[in-house]
Design a protein around this ligand. Structure first.
Ligand code: ADP
Ligand code: MG
Length: 701
């Protein structure tokens, strides 16, 4: 297509004057002809089906019915009058209502003539009514040539109030298509069109706006969704390939002494198949010339630490140092403790560096880091300080990624000549398809299997009214020697109130569980870090039986003797947070429990969240539900959701198309990295536009 034509400012379209142009720009971002063409309908009104009155459902859907008006009356109401017509077909009758325009309607309506009515139905006191229906005499309706599926375009109140109704947009679209003469350039390769039997671009664009029938509409939607997802994937995969080609890393040529000895003689348990698979994936990355940038997703307790440790051994085998960074002091200490013995048995020099490391120890660490006699360093943000200089950092592992920003991560990179390989571990699973779209430029490994023998955490939902029973249960568990978390929400907007809830709760728990039989820890955000650590440590050591806390304990803390997680006001937590909290228990051999306490007032979403928690403990399944409830933007935070400004595809519903699009994008780039082959020219051209305009639908068709 003549690209100048599509770039024409919308002002020049017949039917759009300066006022309308201004509104279209402001309200819908439509600047050019091309923008209008890519204004895709939100939905379609199905005018192929005619309902009988007896078939009507209480769904409030838009439907059409053929029948006759048999009676009209005016009814007084509080303010003004309403016009009520009785509409009858052979199966029953309903009411048509008007609150405005009585006179005109009364004068024009014909009694006992067949009409087609269209609109939303309401159900009230045993009968259906339709306010302000669209009306057309059946005779006229049969003659009109409107498409059976009527597009409904995105709109705003302002547009409608200024007269740019859906019908007007429809007319503008017709005008544009008649000027364009439907000669849009194809943007996918012939091979793709043929193999996937995709509708050609011009037919897809035509049918998305003027569907000839349901089948063509479905194919048009498929084609355009495919195209949208395909180009996102193409971009991400290309970025990943370029990164690999450009950023060299240290190739770890061998798997040596450390790894093999550990594997043969010191591995404390059999690895799960998932762990083995992921270690293999990492080993492949580390052996290549490219710098590894891998995201390791695995549910809480899936054994990510072991994978990290064995990856670090490969770094050591090749003469490099490694580090493991965690978001809190407590987590760093835990990692240090769990790796300490393993390292001793292998003669590995392991150190811990946190904010509270004393100066003399720090000095020692700095020295040993620089002369290379220190092999593995574990710690908090303290690792990022300028004084911390590695002799040759080969692998950086970052635990619980969501607590670190990207900028912080890259600080580690700047410590050597080549950037170290990076393994980011997260226990917040996000659905695979979403990961493909957002982290498509990272490589992703997934541990989707828990170590054997792990008992599912029994999860129940209890109402506040049953609190006494719950307390009795807690006492029984404590009598068995177990420990308990009781967690309160703390949401920033209602911080003061929440804080009061927490303290009230704490008081009542002290009353219910008095000394000297019971000892209670409390941890919340307003405490000094040192006090927090003190309280936390008392619980870890088993000196206290109950830990009352806000969500600060969400991340990674591991007390295997803690078997009960009570979550207060559970309806106020998000799904992924509930899942994270539940992950704090079920770490030992004993049966663990998660008790979700709520009031009786529950929204539909809250009910879904609670039911999901009770039903499953699969983090990926939970994240799928979460995605459906909250949408991708919320799930990821705003910064990454830009990738997901999809115009026509739906990241939740169109996962199958996404998978196909991704696999073809990958195949095409693998086969033709620079998109130089003749068949790929349409893709090459479109991709170049895409990179230039940074918007999937802003390229020239
Ligand atoms: P997370 O993935 O949540 O970081 P961890 O690495 O802390 O999980 O592992 C949780 C617990 O499971 C640890 O006590 C660890 O020693 C144990 N573990 C890890 N892998 C296995 C395995 N293959 N078999 C048995 N226990 C394992
Ligand atoms: Mg962990």
């Amino acid at each position: 297509m003549n690209s100048n034509f599509l770039q024409t400012p919308i002002d020049y379209l017949k039917g759009v004057g300066p006022n309308r142009a201004e509104l279209l720009k402001k309200e819908l971002g439509i600047q050019t002809f091309q923008d209008l063409i890519h204004l895709f309908p939100n939905r379609y009104l199905d005018r192929t089906k005619y309902y009988k009155i007896a078939e009507l459902q209480r769904t409030n859907a838009e439907i059409q019915v053929i029948g006759k008006i048999t009676y009209i009356k005016t009814v007084d109401q509080k303010r003004g009058k309403r016009l009520v017509a009785t509409f009858t077909d052979e199966t029953g009758q309903m009411e048509l209502l008007w609150f405005r325009g009585h006179k005109w309607i009364r004068e024009n309506l014909k009694l006992n003539e067949p009409y087609v009515i269209f609109g939303k139905t309401n159900w009230f006191k045993g009968s259906f009514s339709m306010p302000h229906p669209e009306l057309e005499l059946l005779s006229a309706h049969e003659k009109s040539l409107r498409s059976a599926m009527q597009p409904v375009y995105p709109s705003t109140e302002k547009l409608v109030s200024r007269g740019i109704t859906n019908r007007v947009i429809n007319t503008l679209m017709q005008q544009l298509f008649s000027e364009a003469k439907n000669t849009f350039t194809e943007s996918l390769s012939k091979t793709l069109l043929d193999t996937l039997k995709l509708l050609p671009k011009k037919d897809a664009l035509f049918n998305i706006h003027f569907p000839k029938n349901n089948d063509l509409l479905a194919r048009a939607q498929y084609r355009l969704k495919y195209e949208e997802l395909f180009y996102i994937q193409l971009q991400l995969i290309r970025k990943n390939m370029l990164h690999k080609a450009k950023i060299k890393g240290y190739p770890f040529k061998k798997v040596g002494e450390y790894f093999n000895t550990f594997f043969k003689d010191h591995l404390p348990f059999d690895l799960t198949d998932a762990q083995k698979r992921v270690i293999k994936e990492i080993r492949n990355d580390l052996g290549s010339r490219a710098q590894m940038n891998r995201l390791l997703q695995g549910d809480v307790g899936s054994g990510k630490t072991m994978v990290a440790f064995m990856s670090m051994l490969i770094a050591l085998d090749n003469g490099f140092q490694a580090c493991l960074m965690a978001p809190t002091e407590i987590l760093s200490v835990q990692h240090y403790n769990s790796l300490h013995e393993l390292c001793n048995s292998l003669n590995i020099s392991l150190y811990l560096l946190t904010g509270s490391t004393i100066t003399s120890k720090r000095k020692e660490i700095h020295e040993k880091l620089e002369n290379g006699s220190l092999n593995i360093l574990i710690g908090t943000h303290a690792l990022l300080e300028d004084k911390v200089k590695f002799k040759n950092l080969g692998l950086a592992v970052i635990d619980e990624q969501h607590r670190f920003g990207v900028a912080q991560r890259s600080k580690l990179w700047r410590k050597n000549e080549y950037p170290p390989h990076v393994l980011v571990m997260t226990a917040t699973p996000i659905p695979r398809t979403l990961a493909m779209s957002v982290y498509g430029d990272l490589d992703i490994s997934v541990i989707d299997e828990l170590p054997p023998g792990r008992k599912d955490v029994k999860t129940v939902h209890r109402f506040d009214a049953n609190r006494l029973k719950v307390f009795r249960f807690l006492k029984d568990e404590i009598a068995k020697g177990r420990q308990i978390y009781i967690v309160y929400p703390l949401i920033q907007e209602s911080e003061a109130l929440d804080y009061k809830d927490l303290m009230d709760g704490y008081e009542s728990i002290i009353r219910e569980f008095p000394r000297p039989n019971y000892e209670i820890s409390i941890v919340h955000g307003k405490m000094k870090p040192a006090d927090k650590d003190y309280e936390m440590n008392r619980f870890i050591k088993g000196e206290t039986q109950i830990m009352v806390a806000t969500t600060v304990i969400e991340v990674g803390v591991d007390v295997s003797n803690a078997t009960v997680m009570v979550i207060e006001s559970a309806e106020r937590f998000g799904l992924s947070q509930l899942h994270q909290l539940r992950g704090r228990v079920g770490r030992g051999a004993d049966q663990s429990y998660c008790i979700l306490m709520t009031s009786h007032k529950l929204s539909a979403d809250a009910k879904t969240r609670l039911e999901t928690m009770v039903r499953t403990s699969d983090g990926f399944e939970i994240s799928e539900v979460d995605l459906k409830l909250r949408g991708p933007g919320d799930l990821l935070g705003t910064q990454q959701s830009g990738v997901l400004n999809l115009r026509i595809a739906d990241i939740v519903k169109d996962t199958e198309i996404l998978k196909i699009a991704r696999s073809y994008a990958r195949q095409i780039l693998k086969d033709d990295p620079t998109l130089a082959k003749p068949d790929n020219q349409p893709i090459n051209f479109t991709y170049a536009q895409l990179v230039k305009y940074k918007n999937i639908w802003n390229y020239i068709s």
